[in-house]
Write a protein that binds this ligand. Structure first.
Ligand SMILES: *[C@@H]1O[C@H](CO)[C@@H](O)[C@H](O)[C@H]1NC(C)=O
Ligand SMILES: *[C@@H]1O[C@H](CO)[C@@H](O)[C@H](O)[C@H]1NC(C)=O
Ligand SMILES: *[C@@H]1O[C@H](CO)[C@@H](O)[C@H](O)[C@H]1NC(C)=O
Length: 428
């Protein structure tokens, strides 16, 4: 009977009822109908859902109820004879015998389903039995996605390294969602988001993008923007690229003055430039043994957000320290140490110009340069051979005392050479 009523128009049902009951006379239930005028309702999560139900005609004693679903798994949403004042379900017109419209506060995605307005009457066994039901209202609850969350790798990465980022948002319905990525205000390419069913009737999404970091990204921001039918405007989530960026410093050591006069003080300055984050520690070594230096300040922030730090050490230019290697070692952000060195040079008061040619440590190969030079000279100036060989031996010995070897001197042109060599030979 009930199934038939569902299929046939109302008029037909009325006719059927009249036919069957004609001759029996007016009885309870004659012409009784329950009307649910809303076949479908869409409501946003958190709002109040209104479900309309109007009864007309006369029926026997028994409550009107609202059920969610039919058959096994139905749930009683409202029971006229068992009202719960603490429930989020209330009557629109309390106590009415015809208007059974209900209001459901703070609707959630799990409230989705088909709701039936049902009239029960007491059956022969004394139990309430289904007498009539409305045609059902299908409720869909639209849920906003949670604000997108952008996550990056655990480890920092250097400029030039491609780094994957993930954007997630959840709890939305329906499942159609748009995701856009930006670095600062520039759009980034990304795969379409992956949408997965989450709790009952809601979805989660995950989107990935790869960003190649740059040195000047300390102040850059990554944005993931979500668009959904429930949102009046795109919903952004952001990530500061400084959280994953590591820019290793460049390191340079300068000696001042160089060369220095004997027993004067030489100041070695270590310039640690353009690094991020700011965590650095600097130590100094003199021929491999630690010496005490002093940082000139805390790291200074440069306009692009990178840092710079200077450290200084003073060394007494005693004669035996000539050729000592002074090394600045930098540990940046718990990474492997990096270093740079300069050589302490003491000018020879009697030698003047020549020693000026010896500059900072460039890891040169003085020994082989001198060997070639010496051979060239021997061939060119046979007469001076003996003297030059002696000089070569002398210089070679000096060079081997220095570690590492300084760059080869720029020897003067052949005409001037004999003069320079004569000067060098004067202190033999
Ligand atoms: C609702 O569910 C109960 C228990 O599962 C069942 O006994 C009852 O017949 C169902 N009612 C309807 C109207 O489907
Ligand atoms: C440098 O100092 C040392 C020790 O103090 C001294 O013996 C030497 O004569 C000094 N040399 C010069 C050139 O002043
Ligand atoms: C120090 O070493 C440089 C290079 O080896 C040399 O030219 C200079 O004469 C040396 N100075 C002294 C004072 O020995």
């Amino acid at each position: 009977m009930v199934l038939v009523a569902q299929e046939l128009p109302l008029m037909c049902l009325m006719l059927l009822l009249l036919c069957r009951e004609s001759g029996v006379g007016a009885q309870p239930g004659q012409g009784f109908t329950l009307q649910q005028p809303q076949p479908k309702v869409t409501v946003a999560a958190g709002e109040t859902l209104t479900l309309n139900c109007i009864a007309s005609g006369i029926a026997g004693p028994g409550p009107v109820m609202w059920l969610k679903g039919w058959g096994s798994g139905n749930k009683t949403v409202y029971d006229q004879k068992n009202e719960d004042p603490s429930s989020r379900v209330t009557r629109a017109v309390p106590e009415s015998d015809t208007d059974f419209t209900i209001l459901i506060k703070n609707v959630q995605p799990e409230d989705m389903g088909t709701y039936y307005c049902v009239k029960f009457v007491r059956g022969s066994t004394g139990e309430d039995e289904v007498f009539r039901r409305g045609s059902g209202t299908e409720v869909s609850v639209q849920a906003k996605p949670s604000p997108p969350l952008v996550s990056g790798p655990e480890q920092r990465a250097r400029p030039g390294q491609p780094v994957p980022f993930t954007c997630t948002a959840g709890g939305f319905f329906p499942d159609k969602i748009g995701v856009k990525w930006f670095k600062n205000s520039n759009p980034l390419g990304a795969q379409p988001p992956q949408v997965t069913e989450w709790k009952m009737k809601t979805y989660n999404m995950s989107s990935s993008a790869v960003v190649t970091l740059q040195k000047d990204d300390v102040r850059s921001q990554l944005t993931c923007e979500v668009t959904h039918s429930t949102l009046p405007a795109p919903l952004p989530g952001s990530y500061q690229l400084s959280r994953v960026l590591r820019v290793p410093p460049s390191i340079e050591v300068r000696a001042e003055p160089s060369p220095a006069e004997v027993n004067k003080t030489v100041t070695f300055t270590c310039l640690v430039k353009e690094f991020y984050p700011a965590e650095v520690s600097i130590s100094w070594l003199e021929n491999g043994t630690e010496i005490k230096g002093q940082n000139l300040s805390r790291p200074l922030e440069l306009p692009l957000g990178l840092f710079e730090l200077r450290s200084r050490v003073e060394v007494q230019a005693t004669e035996e320290k000539n050729g000592s290697t002074i090394t600045c070692t930098v540990v940046h952000d718990a990474q492997a140490p990096a270093s740079s060195s300069a050589v302490l040079l003491i000018s020879n008061p009697t030698q003047g110009g020549l020693s000026n040619e010896f500059q900072m440590d460039k890891g040169g190969n003085l020994r082989s340069s001198l060997l070639l030079l010496g051979m060239g000279i021997l061939l060119e100036k046979g007469l001076l051979g003996g003297l030059l060989f002696f000089l070569f031996k002398r210089m070679n010995r000096k060079a081997s005392e220095m570690l590492p070897y300084p760059a080869p001197p720029q020897f003067p042109a052949p005409a001037a050479r004999s003069q320079g060599l004569a000067t060098a030979s004067s202190d033999v």
